[in-house]
Design a binder for this molecule. Structure first.
Ligand code: NYM
Length: 213
């Protein structure tokens, strides 16, 4: 018997640094919640499948150059493309587990140190998006990321950039639940579950509405 019948679903976001194991943890969390009887949908940003997503993908792979503001607005537009679907999905009683969202949007762009692209400027285009019920931040020490084989070839996957991104994520510490991603898969998974337990209960028992950023 699905637990979410008659109630809205919960909106859970997994944020974190590159190499923190977000994708694996999103999968584990979905499997776990599904086995508990939740209706689940997953989402990841950037969603590289839409026309805007394809432009983002091309930028991340250094195949096209773009002004910092332009790519920032495309990342935001890529979230707005899904906003209506997210609201409808939650309303139907489906829980959404999402790999990255507007915190990534703000911090990666602001970490570029472009004097014309402040954190405030970066925040503005995302204002009004559906607000997650819980944001987990998978935190990883840079040394640990390096032990995991270092970063990939995409834009932003450089040590100095990741360090700035990490510092900026911490300016949103009060919005997020920090989980140390340096532990084993199982331990990280258990910590995530512990941190969202209260939120899930509140949502599923009808005590909380979908907010807006
Ligand atoms: N990224 C992701 C941004 O710069 N802004 C955003 O709004 C989002 C959602 O894209 N290095 C960056 C962070 C990552 C890169 O993400 C690709 P992933 O999770 O590796 O596909």
């Amino acid at each position: 018997e699905p637990k979410t019948i008659g109630q809205r679903g919960a909106f859970i976001v997994i944020e974190g640094l590159d190499r923190a194991g977000k994708t694996t943890q999103v999968k584990r969390l979905c499997d776990k919640l599904y086995s508990q009887g939740h209706n689940i949908k997953t989402l990841r940003f950037p969603d590289r499948t839409s026309p805007i997503g394809k432009m983002i993908d091309s930028y991340l792979q250094s195949q096209t150059e773009m002004d910092d503001h332009v790519i920032h607005l495309l990342f935001s537009a890529n979230r707005w493309e899904k906003a209506k679907w997210m609201e409808e999905t939650l309303k139907k009683g489906c829980t959404i587990v999402c790999d990255r969202y507007y915190h990534s949007g703000m911090v990666y762009s602001a970490a570029k140190h472009n004097p014309n692209l402040s954190l405030d400027w970066a925040r503005a285009p995302d204002v009004g998006l559906p607000k997650p019920d819980a944001v987990i931040f998978l935190d990883l020490e840079p040394e640990e990321a390096e032990k995991r084989g270092g970063y990939g070839d995409e834009k932003y996957e450089k040590k100095e950039m990741q360090q700035r991104v990490r510092e900026l994520f911490y300016t949103f510490e009060s919005d997020m639940k920090v989980v140390n991603a340096g532990e084993s898969l199982e331990i990280v998974g258990d910590h995530i579950l512990e941190k969202i337990e209260e939120t899930l209960k509140d949502v599923l028992e009808g005590r909380s509405r979908v907010g807006k950023f």
